[in-house]
Design a protein around this ligand. Structure first.
Ligand code: FUB
Length: 305
């Protein structure tokens, strides 16, 4: 066991003050959701692989999830596989479709949300959840997906008053539903998130700062590729008001990201494909993000090294 842990602990130097991207190089990592739990920085990304020989490769080939923590200020620890595609109790086997996840802490429990293809052969994904007493698992996976929810990119917000919201969707529409206290069921029918620009695409992330809800997402405008934009609201259910871009198009192909406040500074996590040269084999990156005095966000210039 000790040997295995040692193997899984891949040390990659990353100095967040002079961002060194990508953050890890031993596997491909995409769609990074960063969270701070009890002062420690964790990242819950998805995992791109080269399709195994003989596999009919889907658009992205994503078999499982790893998770990472920032150790000692400059070392990322890989905890290995936290969920394999064939362990999803309600999921299609060998679908290679384990897209962007999220994890959140409520009380003393960690809830890990992930999309997967259900067994009934439907073309849309469902969203499952697992629980653990530790941010690094092991997670106990619920036998069934969350009823009444279908789509990708689960994004969680836990409000100051203890209410939790699940955002999900992709394509042209995004939905939000409040969750019951058990965090495994929706408390009301999902509603469409209003106020997003027409180019809204996917990968939404909601956080709260100074009483305002910031909603970030990947968007594609007609004349360019994926960029990251944001909208704000006084209500987690919207409507939101579009504010502009956080990151210009970097020819990414996709642009799933997250925002976290760590040690008093805001960081934007995103992905790029600088190691592979192929936009289906992505690597997670991070750069500091700053707010102006009026609460608007300064554009982030990605560090490409
Ligand atoms: O990585 C697979 C999918 O691509 C994610 O779920 C989307 O947000 C996009 O990044």
């Amino acid at each position: 066991m000790k040997k295995l842990l040692l193997l899984l602990t891949i040390c990659v130097i990353v100095n967040i003050t002079t961002a060194q991207n990508p953050l890890v190089t031993h596997i491909y990592t995409a769609d990074p959701t960063a969270r701070v739990f009890d002062g420690k920085l964790y990242v819950y990304p998805s995992h791109d692989i080269v399709p195994p020989e003989g596999t009919k490769a889907p658009r992205f080939c994503m078999p499982d999830y790893h998770l990472f923590s920032l150790e000692g200020g400059n070392t990322w620890k890989d905890y290995g596989v936290v969920l394999d595609q064939n362990e999803v109790p309600w999921g299609e086997k060998n679908s290679y479709g384990m897209w962007a996840p999220d994890c959140i802490k409520r009380g003393d429990t960690y809830y890990y949300y992930y999309p997967a293809k259900p067994l009934d052969g439907s073309s849309f994904r469902r969203i499952g959840v697992g629980t653990s007493k530790s941010p690094t698992g092991p997670f106990k996976w619920e036998k069934s997906y969350i009823k009444g929810v279908s789509g990708i990119d689960p994004g969680l917000l836990l409000d100051d008053n203890g209410k939790a919201y699940l955002y999900f969707g992709g394509g042209k529409e995004l939905f939000v539903a409040p969750l019951k206290d058990n965090m495994k069921e929706i408390a009301a029918e999902p509603i469409k998130v209003e106020g997003l620009p027409a180019g809204y695409k996917e990968g939404s992330f909601c956080f709260k700062k100074d009483g305002k809800y910031y909603f970030t997402f990947a968007h594609v405008f007609a004349d360019e590729g994926y960029s990251i934009g944001y909208a704000t609201s006084d209500n987690p259910l919207g409507p939101f008001q579009y504010q502009g871009k956080i990151m210009d198009n970097i020819n990414n192909g996709t642009n799933h990201h997250s925002v976290v406040n760590y040690n008093g500074r805001w960081i934007l996590f995103y992905h790029f494909w600088q190691i592979s040269g192929y936009n289906k084999l992505r690597s997670m990156c991070a750069d500091y993000m700053e707010f102006k005095k009026d609460g608007t966000i300064k554009k982030v210039k990605p560090t490409m090294r």
